[in-house]
Write a protein of this length. Structure first.
Length: 222
């Protein structure tokens, strides 16, 4: 019997398995905060993004991020309001994720995650009842623990080093074009997922295309 092409299927989390806010302005709305122009202010977004990157690679911790983002807002937010926005950013799992993982498990391939995330979100994502299907992934790796974030080549190298999988044996799904291109340069087979549409049908189609699963699986309500 021929060896399967892939030993592991790896997912980005936000925008692939987990619904997230697509912008700070949307997170502001989801958090139920009163409208404020700062949510669409480019200077604030630049400063917050720099802090978020430092937070994602473990350079700063949660209190420093909340305090720094509040300071960058020039008084528009308190640190507690930043925390509220940050919590609202990560939403629920996409419908149909369970069926995607059922199909992969039945194929015999391993599953994993390579996520650009941070301590506050990871505390919710990593093996908790809030995200039960994320908890099913055997090899879960986060940027703040690896100390490197996608699309840095080191993120893909560290994942393979930590898990022992060969790059050419990895199938990867991400909603970031730069992350997908970097994964391909690292030797992974990688596909872009549209976070604005249901992701389970996209994943099932691509898994069939790559021969990981052989039969059609109709997503059920989650």
């Amino acid at each position: 019997m021929p060896r399967p092409r892939f030993d592991i299927v790896v997912f980005d989390l936000g925008g692939v398995l987990v619904q997230t806010a697509q912008s700070w302005a949307q997170a502001h709305e989801l958090a139920g905060l009163p409208p404020h122009a700062i949510a669409n202010d480019p200077a604030f977004e630049r400063g917050r993004s720099q802090l978020a990157h430092a937070y994602q690679i473990g350079v700063i911790g949660t209190p420093e991020y909340f305090d720094g983002a509040a300071a960058a807002s020039r008084g528009a937010y308190t640190p507690a309001e930043v925390a509220r926005l940050h919590h609202a950013w990560s939403r629920s799992e996409y419908q149909g994720v369970a069926e995607v993982l059922d199909a992969i498990d039945a194929s015999g391939a391993a599953t994993g995650a390579l996520s650009n995330t941070n301590p506050a979100h990871w505390a919710r994502l990593d093996g908790t009842s809030e995200y039960p299907n994320v908890a099913r992934l055997r090899h879960r790796h986060a940027s703040h623990l690896l100390r490197v974030a996608k699309p840095d080549a080191g993120a893909y190298e560290r994942f393979c080093t930590e898990t022992g999988f060969e790059p050419t044996r990895v199938l990867f799904f991400d909603d970031g074009p730069a992350n997908v291109e970097a994964a391909r340069r690292a030797g992974w087979t990688a596909y872009l997922v549209d976070p604005h549409a249901p992701t389970a049908p996209q994943l099932l189609h691509l898994l069939r295309h790559e021969g990981v699963i052989q039969r059609r699986v109709a997503p059920r309500d989650s």
